[in-house]
Design a protein around this ligand. Structure first.
Ligand code: FAD
Length: 449
């Protein structure tokens, strides 16, 4: 049985983060959006609570949280500031965690103390010509003695302006396709790392998103993360983990938006009373509440189901540490697109109404535009559908066992059809094995008699 309730510890953590966010961040988040900058003091406040190292084990200075607890924290931060939410989520999932997951002990010792205590991390995969199709990236890394020389243009790097450490992906082998990419740990201020101007985004404005130019950037070979050619695998596995954090951010914003919707419907007078007394508005609010709850249930379900998810993505569970296993989910994609986008459309429809003209001074505008930016930040809906579809196809292709697995799942109370399918395989192999062995056993038995 899956337990959807938070533990006492998780509730205590949630309440503490909620209080911190309400007191210290909520009063400023509108201004941060308008000024297009979340101050580093806010990051430092979260660092003091250990939230820069949520997925890093305690022996490496982190909190060693499981995925569900990380989601609880991220949701609460995003609820008051979507921009701070994405900064912290990106830092944790694709900035710091890859260093722990793929770094040597030497690299962990050098970078993790900084990343868990004070410095933001960033992740630079995308390029002007390589977004959803990340494997098409063209930046190069050429080995030169004890270093690599990097050249090329990178785009849309969250935290890029202020990160102490940036993971940069570049091509070490032109002919090897996805297997020709490698990952490098690049330090802020390195000669040849040129920061562009932050993008003037519609939403998530307080979080900086910059272009980088790599101009003969020399990176010592001992700053290569993982093996040469392993970059694509690193990027994809970390992004899979990061996506569930994106869903948690989306849920935080959905909750904030819903709260504003109810408040406005209660305050705004029309036809002799508050909007909230009109049944058509009540239907809308009820539908939004249903989606918030459905999203929460899906989100709470996935971290505990990481093994089945990993089967769906084709990753080998044994390769990944428990925290990453728990974080991995292509399904957060479907959650995000199925629920979040629709809610944002509802918000536009139901709430912006006659307030649209008030622009960014109105709280719904940053919330809604954060939603629009999100559709892009974590990969677009079509890419999401392609990945979910491919995952499902891999999972069920060529076996035609889906219905049987579902029946077995229902009758035995198994949590997921994938587990039921696994059981079917074991039973099937056992039956086949018994069938193959039967003639020999019979012959042996007759011989004995
Ligand atoms: C706020 C923000 C923050 C970001 N932060 C980072 C970061 O920290 N690091 C980083 O490396 N990148 C980052 N990105 C980049 C982000 O990952 C890309 O925007 C994303 O991968 C989509 O790429 P693209 O914008 O080039 O769109 P494209 O890939 O060019 O897609 C264009 C259109 O084609 C569609 N499409 C693409 N593939 C398919 C397909 N297979 N089938 C059907 N339709 C398809 C898309 O849905 C879309 O409508 C960020 C982006 C934003 C907006």
């Amino acid at each position: 049985m899956l337990d959807y309730d938070l533990s006492e510890d998780q509730i205590a953590i949630r309440d503490a983060v909620r209080e911190l966010c309400d007191k210290e961040f909520a009063p400023h988040s509108m201004r941060w959006d308008a000024e297009a900058q979340v101050p580093l003091e806010a990051v430092q406040r979260l660092a003091e609570q250990g939230f820069l190292g949520m997925g890093i084990p305690e022996e490496w200075g982190g909190l060693g949280y499981d995925a569900r607890t990380i989601c609880v924290v991220i949701e609460e931060i995003a609820r008051v500031s979507a921009a701070l939410g994405i900064m912290i989520a990106v830092h944790n999932s694709v900035g710091a965690l890859p260093v722990f997951r793929f770094g040597t002990d030497e690299q962990r010792k050098r970078y993790l103390p900084r990343l868990v205590s004070k410095e933001l991390g960033a992740f630079s995969l995308s390029e002007p010509g390589a977004g959803s199709d990340a494997g098409a990236l063209e930046a190069t890394a050429v080995r030169d003695g004890d270093a690599y020389v990097l050249n090329g243009s990178k785009n849309w790097v969250t935290n890029g302006m202020r990160a102490g450490v940036i993971l940069v992906f570049a091509r070490t082998d032109r002919a090897a396709g996805n297997k020709g990419l490698s990952c490098f740990i690049v330090e802020r201020g390195a000669k040849g790392l040129v920061l562009g101007k932050p993008e003037d985004k519609m939403g998530l404005r307080g979080s900086d998103t910059v272009a980088l130019t790599l101009e003969d950037l020399r990176v010592p070979a001992d700053q290569r993360l993982g093996a040469e050619g392993e970059g694509f695998k690193i990027a994809m596995s970390m992004l899979d983990g990061g996506r569930i954090g994106v869903a948690a951010q989306a849920l935080g914003v959905m909750r904030a938006a819903f709260h504003e919707a109810v408040k406005y419907a209660q305050q705004r007078q029309a036809f002799g009373g508050p909007l909230s007394k009109l049944q058509a508005v009540q239907f809308k609010l009820a539908e939004m509440e249903r989606r918030v709850q459905a999203t929460r249930l899906l989100l709470q379900r996935w971290p505990g189901k990481a093994k089945a998810i990993l089967r769906g993505t084709g990753l080998r569970a044994a390769e990944l540490p428990p925290d990453l296993k728990a974080l991995s989910s292509i399904n957060a994609f479907s959650l995000r697109t199925a629920h979040f986008d629709e809610d944002m459309d509802d918000l536009l429809d139901a709430l912006l109404g006659n307030k649209q003209g008030r622009g960014s001074r109105w709280r719904q505008a940053p919330l809604t535009l954060a939603g629009v930016a999100w559709r892009l930040a974590a990969g677009l809906a079509a890419g999401a559908a392609v990945m979910v579809g491919a995952g499902l196809a891999n999972r069920w292709a060529d076996n035609g066992c889906y219905d049987l697995a579902c029946t077995l799942q229902a009758s035995l109370g198994i949590a997921d059809p994938a587990d039921a399918l696994g059981l079917l395989w074991i039973v099937g192999i056992a039956v086949l094995g018994a069938g193959a062995a039967a003639p020999f056993v019979l012959r042996w038995w007759r011989g004995r008699r």
